[in-house]
Design a protein around this ligand. Structure first.
Ligand SMILES: [Zn+2]
Length: 87
């Protein structure tokens, strides 16, 4: 996998704080739409330092934008509003 360089401005969501993170295998995530809780794996972008991911809620099928929260323990979810804003 390609690591994102710190100077790479193609990724405005770049967070150096994710680099060197000891990622968990899965993160608890609560669907922002229906409240269903599921486990989400970190995305390839997250693993390379960009705190962005996507996934669908297995309950309501809403496409969600995912990011690891500040605690590093959970993922935040939000309904994916802009189809062109792909990670
Ligand atoms: Zn849901």
């Amino acid at each position: 996998m390609t690591k994102a360089a710190a100077s790479d401005d193609r990724f405005p969501g770049f967070h150096e704080s994710l680099i060197g993170t000891d990622f968990k295998e899965t993160y608890g995530c609560k669907c922002s739409e229906c409240g269903y809780e599921f486990a989400a794996k970190p995305s390839l972008l997250m693993l390379s330092g960009v705190n962005k991911g996507s996934g669908s809620c297995i309950e309501c099928k809403t496409l969600l934008r995912l990011s690891i929260d500040d605690s590093g323990e959970y993922m935040n979810s939000a309904r994916w509003e802009a189809p062109n804003d792909r990670p």
